[in-house]
Design a protein around this ligand. Structure first.
Ligand SMILES: [Zn+2]
Ligand SMILES: [Zn+2]
Length: 126
């Protein structure tokens, strides 16, 4: 199924396969930025979000999007950074806590990212 959508990053119209929310050129850039994070976390397994942000010059917003897409996962359950969109509880990754996720799941909701397993990242800022 193909649909025309607006890229969430640059706003350009592109043909979507319903899986990615960004246009192919942003996707490519996005993948390479994510690769940098992945490598950084491989080399620094206990890196915190703020270290990644400053070491790689990547915006916090972007990290949050990777978390929402389940490509990164916060280790601390009480992280005060990522919250369930339904009940507002702190979550590790994605958009919903397990409870809300399972109640949404039987309504046909599927998590967007089903690729490589999420990379764990520490949140604690100090
Ligand atoms: Zn784009
Ligand atoms: Zn919830």
């Amino acid at each position: 199924m193909f649909e025309l959508e607006n890229c969430q990053i640059c706003g350009k119209t592109y043909t979507s396969n319903g899986f990615h929310k960004v246009c192919p050129s942003c996707l490519e850039h996005d993948e390479s930025e994510f690769d940098k994070i992945r490598l950084y976390l491989n080399e620094n397994p206990c890196a915190k979000i703020f270290e990644v942000v400053s070491a790689l010059d990547i915006s916090l917003k972007k990290i949050k999007r990777y978390l929402r897409e389940c490509r990164l996962e916060i280790i601390e359950s009480e992280n005060y950074f990522l919250f369930c969109e339904v009940c507002g509880k702190s979550i590790h990754s994605g958009k919903y806590c397990n409870l809300c996720y399972s109640s949404l799941n039987h309504c046909g909701y599927r998590s967007e990212y089903r690729g490589k397993p999420a990379k764990p990242i520490h949140f604690k800022s100090s």
